[in-house]
Write a protein that binds this ligand. Structure first.
Ligand SMILES: [Zn+2]
Length: 254
């Protein structure tokens, strides 16, 4: 039976039957794969941790008729922090769902694989500013897939931007006054912050100083852009809001 090995990260899991799981694994070399993990839910199974959500490792597959079957594995990182912390879990769910919206089965894309893995790793280790890594992932993933956003000139006619910063999703980012029809009017500060998210590397971002409102504004602007670009609402975005509320309530009760 043909077998293959892939490095990957579990981005979705579904219980199946009494003791099995069906996993979606985003792999480095083959893109998104859906695979069957027999016996993965048995309490005694060694497979349990390797088949947890967000686990990163090497997976060995049997090529199945309808679905590939996971036979062996080697864990590189369990990323347990992404399951143990409610806020991080909500954000990681959201990032996995967003990633899924960009992917096409069987089409590997190494820059996106690396971006996702690095963002998840930074989120898992983050002591504060968890959302910074999510915002950076959003704008960089859009970029990788050719969805813009243009942030430096008019996305429609390439003219320089006016003093007022118009932002129109339908045109793919910033637009000049002549091309603007409807959309958002950004402040200079809001635009500069999104440019930083897009341009700075992880090291530079980890040293970035910013105010809370800059991160909150960028969330709204990027959510608007993603909704229009992907033409769908991500259900995990609600989960993030819910988790935030839960955490606030817990904090108050103490
Ligand atoms: Zn223009």
């Amino acid at each position: 039976m043909p077998t293959f090995k892939e490095e990957g990260i579990v981005i979705r899991k579904k219980d199946f039957g009494e003791a099995d799981k069906i996993l979606t694994i985003y792999t480095r070399g083959r893109g998104r794969i859906t695979a069957f993990a027999p016996g993965a839910r048995k309490v005694t199974s060694r497979k349990t941790s390797a088949t947890e959500l967000f686990t990163h490792g090497y997976y060995f597959f049997h090529k199945g008729k309808n679905m590939d079957v996971i036979t062996e594995w080697e864990i590189l990182n369990t990323f347990y922090q992404l399951r143990d912390d409610l806020n991080k879990a909500a954000l990681a769910f959201y990032m996995a769902e967003l990633l899924n919206a960009f992917l096409v089965d069987g089409q590997p894309h190494y820059p996106t694989y690396r971006l996702f893995l690095e963002s998840m790793s930074l989120l898992s280790r983050a002591k504060e500013n968890h959302e910074l890594w999510v915002r950076a992932f959003e704008v960089k993933a859009l970029n990788h897939h050719g969805f813009g956003p243009e942030l430096y000139q008019c996305a429609s006619c390439t003219n320089p931007l006016s003093v007022e910063k118009y932002f129109q999703v339908g045109h793919g980012g910033t637009v000049c006054r002549d091309c603007f029809e409807d959309g958002l009017l950004l402040t200079e500060d809001q635009l500069l912050f999104i440019r930083k998210l897009a341009r700075l590397n992880w090291n530079e971002l980890s040293r970035l100083r910013y105010e809370d409102h800059q991160l909150i504004d960028s969330e709204k602007i990027l959510a608007h852009y993603l909704r229009e670009t992907l033409e769908k609402e991500l259900s995990a975005a609600d989960f993030v809001k819910q988790a935030r509320r839960e955490i606030k309530i817990t904090a108050r009760k103490k």
